[in-house]
Design a protein around this ligand. Structure first.
Ligand code: NI
Length: 268
């Protein structure tokens, strides 16, 4: 599977499920902008059949290499980031995993049961990362129960394997070339920003500023009926050069920690 196919497939599923993302993308395009991705992020569980290293495989097979890792103690997550060895415009890949051992026996055994339901051959397939929910129709009651311990686990239970977010590189925008301008543009068009930790996470001194729209509410067919819950979100990142003049390429754990909350449950 080549990279273009992989990215197209991920984008297709992501925008189909999250019409707000396509609307924002179209807004930028119709304003004459070229939209390049800073990074694409994924969520998974630290079970060895589906952990970060399994998720990274299709990218490693296509010229990516490991760059750095991050810890989110409060949310009980680990993450790794990968970059393409030669293609400068290829998005960074950011993959996080839930550390099951740090949760209740209930949550842990529930999530293990889900993974056990995945057909054996899916574990080895490069298509795993966009294969969605492989354990059948979710329960709204169970979704809410998981949320009390981990919004991340609840999100994963409903959506499974897919891109959690794409991130627009603000550095590559011509007109909307600051996070402030991007945020104003989005708000003027009726999109709601994730305000946890402020509208802008990070500072120019930290070499990375990020913002995101809250995940749009999408209707999910649960066992108990149809309910609207937050899907995926769209993120925006502006990077600054470090003291050597090289554009900072890492991630800032305390900013990412707040960005994770873009999929937290809310109602309208
Ligand atoms: Ni991100």
């Amino acid at each position: 599977m080549n990279l273009d196919f992989l990215f197209d497939k991920l984008w297709e599923i992501y925008t189909l499920q999250n019409p707000d993302v396509q609307k924002v993308y179209n807004l930028f395009k119709s304003d004459g902008e070229d939209v390049l991705n800073d990074h694409i992020a994924f969520r998974t569980i630290n079970d060895k059949r589906i952990n970060i290293d399994v998720f990274a495989q299709p990218f490693l097979n296509n010229g990516y290499e490991y760059v750095n890792n991050y810890e989110f103690t409060e949310k009980h997550l680990l993450a790794k980031h990968y970059e393409h060895k030669t293609l400068n415009n290829a998005p960074r890949i950011f993959i996080s995993e839930l550390i099951l051992e740090e949760f209740s026996i209930d949550l842990k055994s529930f999530m293990l049961d889900l993974i056990n339901k995945i057909p054996e051959k899916a574990f080895l397939s490069e298509e795993l990362i966009f294969s969605g929910n492989l354990w059948g129709k979710p329960s709204f009651e169970q979704y809410n129960k998981l949320r009390q311990e981990s919004e991340y686990a609840a999100w994963f239970y409903v959506f499974g394997f897919c891109a959690n977010h794409f991130t627009v590189s603000v550095n590559n925008l011509k007109k909307h070339n600051t996070i402030q301008k991007v945020n104003e543009f989005l708000k003027n068009h009726g999109f709601e920003l994730n305000t946890s930790g402020g509208e802008i996470k990070g500072t120019p001194e930290e070499l990375l500023e990020q913002s995101s729209i809250k995940s749009g509410l999408i209707e999910i067919d649960f066992i108990e009926g149809k309910y609207k819950i937050p899907g995926c979100y769209y993120e925006f990142a502006k990077r600054y050069p470090d003291s050597t003049g090289k554009l900072y390429s890492g991630f800032i754990a305390k900013s990412a920690d707040k960005i994770f909350e873009s999929t937290d449950f809310y109602q309208k």
